[in-house]
Structures are given as C-alpha cells and as structure tokens.
Design a protein around this ligand. Sequence first.
Ligand SMILES: Cc1cc2nc3c(=O)[nH]c(=O)nc-3n(C[C@H](O)[C@H](O)[C@H](O)COP(=O)(O)O)c2cc1C
Ligand SMILES: Nc1ccn([C@@H]2O[C@H](COP(=O)(O)OP(=O)(O)O)[C@@H](O)[C@H]2O)c(=O)n1
Ligand SMILES: [Mg+2]
Length: 253
Amino acid sequence: MAEATAATTPDPAAIAALKHVGLVGGLTETKVSCAALGDRLDASTQTASRRLQTLEAAGYIERDVVGDGQWVRVTDAGEAALRAEYADYRRLFESDVDLSLRGAVTGGMGEGRHYITLPGYADQFRERLGYEPFPGTLNVDLSEESVRRRGEMAGIDAVPIDAWEDDDRTYGAASCYGVTLVAGDDRYEEVHAIVPDRTHHDDDQLELIAPERLRDALDLDDGDAVEIRVAATTRADAAGEEASETEAETEVA
Ligand SMILES: Cc1cc2nc3c(=O)[nH]c(=O)nc-3n(C[C@H](O)[C@H](O)[C@H](O)COP(=O)(O)O)c2cc1C
Ligand SMILES: Nc1ccn([C@@H]2O[C@H](COP(=O)(O)OP(=O)(O)O)[C@@H](O)[C@H]2O)c(=O)n1
Ligand SMILES: [Mg+2]
C-alpha cells in the first residue's frame, strides 16, 4: 500500500504575498504588477516575482502573464491556506468558532476499517476519545464551499493520535475533531472527524468515526446530505479556562 506524502508548503513570506493578491481581488481574478507587489511587501520587484513563482509552483495561484503585468487568480488550495491563517487569528482573538461543513455521504476505498482496527490506533482511540470506534470511517464528500472552509479546522482543538510502528512499517499520526453529525432532523453527538496526516483522499473527503455504525444510527445512504458541526471549543477557550482556574486557586490560597 503506497504511503501518501504531504506537498511542500510555501513559507510565511509567500503567504504574505498570497494575502496581498487576495486583498487586491485575486480570489476572483486580478491584474498584479511585481513592482506594486514588491512595494506592498517592502521587497524588490525580483523578490515579488519569485514569491509569485513559489505560489504558482505550490498550486496556490494560477497566472496568465501579459505585456504590462499578469492576471492572477487564487486557487481553492490557495484560499484554503489563507483560511488556515484566518483560523489562527480567530484562535487568538475569538473564543467562539462556529464551523459547519456540509456534504454528501459516500463510499470510500474500503481501507478505513483496516486502519481503525489496528491495535496501535484502537488503543489510543479508547484512551483519548473514550470509546472504541465502529470499524470504519464514514466518508463525506464535502461541498466546494466546505472544502475551502475546512482549513479553519486548524484553529480548533483536536485530540492528537500519535504515529506508531510495528515490525513492518510506520503508521502516520492523525487529528480527531469533536463534531456533531446532523442529517435532516436527526443528529449524533459523539462523532469525531479524523484527519490522518497520510491519506489517499483529497481535501474534498472528510472521514468520520463514532462508537456506532452511523449509516444505521442515522439511516444514511450514499448521496444523503449531512452537516458536520465542529465543536466550538478553541485554544482561546482552553486558555481562558486555565486562566480562570488559576485565578480561582489564587483566591482560595
Ligand atoms: C487512523 C487512520 C490512520 C491512517 N494512517 C495512514 C497511514 O499511516 N498511511 C496511509 O497511507 N494512509 C493512512 N490512512 C489513510 C488511508 O490510507 C485512507 O486514506 C483512508 O483512511 C481510506 O478510507 P476509506 O476506506 O474510508 O476510503 C489512515 C487512516 C486512518 C483513519
Ligand atoms: N462510524 C461509522 C464508520 C463507518 N461506517 C460505514 O462502514 C463501512 C466501512 O467503513 P470503511 O471506511 O472501511 O469503508 P469506506 O468508507 O471505504 O466505504 C462504510 O460503509 C462506512 O460508510 C459507518 O456507517 N459508521
Ligand atoms: Mg471510510
């Protein structure tokens, strides 16, 4: 079984250039000159040009060079990177992140069951999530809008599942986000969206685990619309709780 690898991520300087392209209209399409971009970034025209090349190579922008500049459009991957930045700021300043993703139930590659039941993962699920998941992952094909918004999950606290190895190979780490799965008038609260570091799926699929077979619990078939409400606890919340606990302890002492 081939192991998928993550693509290289542009550095913060390239992300700053991407933000500027977005601000001048690049989320649809905009004409950019490297001289103006350089001014804005306090860098030379050559540096600005290199940043655009980096962003293009990473698949974050598409470019069409013309005589007096270039038309630039931020791609979905680029927008997701900007939304991940946005999530960091929300985490800093907001305690109530409201993220709801939508999509349709779909079948996957039949591998979820294998991974979920491996002892190296199953033991961690039991200890850290407090339940033994049904063997498999319910796959959700996210809407275009939700594919763009899923980058915001970076700002929400996840339960980490560590990498491990056996005699034959290594197994990658994963993050579990507490979610509520809503289907019509029914909902299932004890669900986690599991995001493996290594996966064969693109960003458009989100995998869910739960103590029960969700297709039975919520009477789901392929194609059924579902909403995934990501729990509104952020690191800002957690920091606030820790601070008030410390204050309370100080008062008692
Ligand atoms: C807990 C967990 C760990 C995973 N670890 C790996 C891994 O180490 N290497 C890998 O190639 N894929 C890994 N995967 C991803 C699977 O290869 C695959 O992308 C996905 O889980 C298939 O699910 P499906 O059968 O529902 O389509 C992992 C998946 C899960 C759920
Ligand atoms: N909590 C869960 C996990 C998996 N499932 C389903 O259980 C089956 C096995 O999961 P899987 O991940 O091995 O298979 P696919 O998602 O690749 O089809 C699939 O039909 C999933 O949709 C579920 O209904 N509820
Ligand atoms: Mg699955």
